[in-house]
Write a new protein. Structure first.
Lengths: 110, 120
């Protein structure tokens, strides 16, 4: 059972906007920055958002991140078929002295 | 080209040991925290361990504490995960990943992963 809770699955149609949430606590999200990773089928994870809302070079502006209190969100606008993947949130946990990942959210583009 | 390449995976019997290696190229390896992350078949990502820039500080997930040891050789741009007392639930793809200079920094580079199967 992960310390970060994500909805297991979400779906949307092309062009739609979807939001993926990540719920934690004061020892992790509440006091630390949040990162998001995208894992396409059969591939290694890829950094999608870092430091809550920063995009690495090459990541489209359709992807955005935010944080409020002990929860964080990833928003994807203008949904495209190639966005179909599993998305993970991650942060540092001060109690564990380690990194924690959410359980992952599988995005299906209908 | 910035990349990480893992090696050393394979099939091992429960209770045995295995050492994974991670070779870095294309960046100043010695200035970044390096992490190991694993993914059991069909499951999510699980952070395993990190080692500080100078190799003096090491942190482990509770699930591997006391059994796994992380190390680095900055002179060779190599990073290692020594795994002892392996259990079937250690079966996973193991990724090494590059962090920043802080422990909570994002993992911006990932290797392709190496599969470890613990089975009799």
């Amino acid at each position: 059972q992960s310390l970060l809770t994500q909805t297991p699955s979400v779906s949307g149609t092309p062009g739609q906007r979807v939001t993926i949430s990540c719920y934690g606590s004061y020892s992790n999200i509440g006091g630390n920055t949040v990162n998001w990773y995208q894992q396409l089928p059969g591939t290694a994870p890829k950094l999608l958002i870092y430091s809550i809302n920063q995009r690495p070079s090459g990541v489209p502006g359709r992807f955005s991140g935010s944080k409020s209190g002990t929860s964080a969100s990833l928003a994807i606008s203008g949904l495209q078929s190639e966005d179909e993947a599993v998305y993970y949130c991650a942060t540092w946990d001060d109690s564990l002295n380690g990194v924690v990942f959410g359980g992952g959210t599988k995005l299906t583009v209908l | 080209q910035v990349q990480l390449v893992e090696s050393g995976g394979g099939v091992v019997q429960p209770g045995r040991s295995l050492r994974l290696s991670c070779a870095a190229s294309g960046f100043a390896f010695s200035t970044y925290v390096i992490h190991w992350v694993r993914q059991a078949p069909g499951k999510g990502l699980e952070w395993v361990s990190l080692i500080s820039v100078d190799g003096r500080k090491k942190y482990y997930a509770d699930s591997v504490k006391g059994r796994f040891t992380v190390s680095r050789d900055n002179s060779k741009n190599m990073f290692f995960l020594q795994m002892h007392s392996l259990r079937p639930d250690d079966t996973a793809v193991y990724y090494c990943s590059k962090g920043g200079d802080g422990y909570s920094d994002a993992f911006d580079i990932w290797g392709q992963g190496t599969m470890v199967t613990v089975s009799s």
